[in-house]
Design a protein around this ligand. Sequence first.
Ligand code: RIB
Ligand code: CA
Length: 323
Amino acid sequence: MAEKIIIDTDPGQDDALAILLALASPELDVLGIVAAAGNVPLSLTNVNIRKICELAGRPDIKVFAGCSQPMDGALVTAEHVHGATGLDGADLPEPTMPLQDQHGVDFIIETLRNKQAGTVTICTLGPLTNLGKALAKEPEIAGRIRQIVLMGGGCFEGGNITPAAEFNIYVDPQAAAVVFGSGVPIVMMPLDVTHKTLTTRARVEAIRRIGGHFSEVLVGWLDYFERFDVAKYGSEGGPLHDPNVIAYLLKPELYSGRLCNVEIETESELTKGMTVTDWWGVSGRPKNAMFMRDVDADGFYALLTERLAALAAKQADARAETT
Ligand code: RIB
Ligand code: CA
């Protein structure tokens, strides 16, 4: 039985590869994709998700718009990393598939109410506003969520948008505090892991060898996306953050970490959005999250490239049938 998932995302080139990996994997049943405000405003992320679904040949996917602003304060975006569109590096046509009328928060609540308890996994690739709002609006859904697998936070790696905070948590720390306080099983993919999955040239070339328009788009996104972090960190390639969430569902053995207490700083201007991670267990606070710290990066890229190639081949077959 395929694992039922809802993806909540703020594309973002790395989000795009995560969505494509999910749509390329028969082990996963994508019940719907909810647009979050983050890398770029909601008005763009909801369009970007539909562009990605059409690139994958999946105009049937239900796409919803979530919240346009964080729970508290003004939206912080990341065009400096992802470009003005959020998907700079490749030009895709405006989508023709529809945006669903239902609000993304209500879709999350309704789906969790209607599906058998404990069977739906929530995958968040951006700020946690939509999931935080859903949990605040209908607290009883917490007991119906199988697990939350999220990209966000950091510990030994520090922050990226501030010295203390990673972007997804920083944008909406109040929502993150609701999620980490919900009691739902959480698997975290923090910067400590994602900074080990770098878009090296060899890995990008392997994706280029998939060939065709599909891989041209992917390589265009990767080449654009990595330039900010390569300049910042001096690394060989940029950290490919979000596909780690989906790869964990497909091959959890690629990852290792520790069950820890993780609390969210919501007050201090200096450290707002920090994921205070009790890796050494000194606080005695409840261990509410599996904090992943290591990854088999070559295994991650082998999985990603293999699945993307399979998706490209499937689309080539579909085109051949229609010509
Ligand atoms: O800090 C990295 C995270 O912020 C990723 O999810 C990226 O897409 C941005 O949303
Ligand atoms: Ca993201």
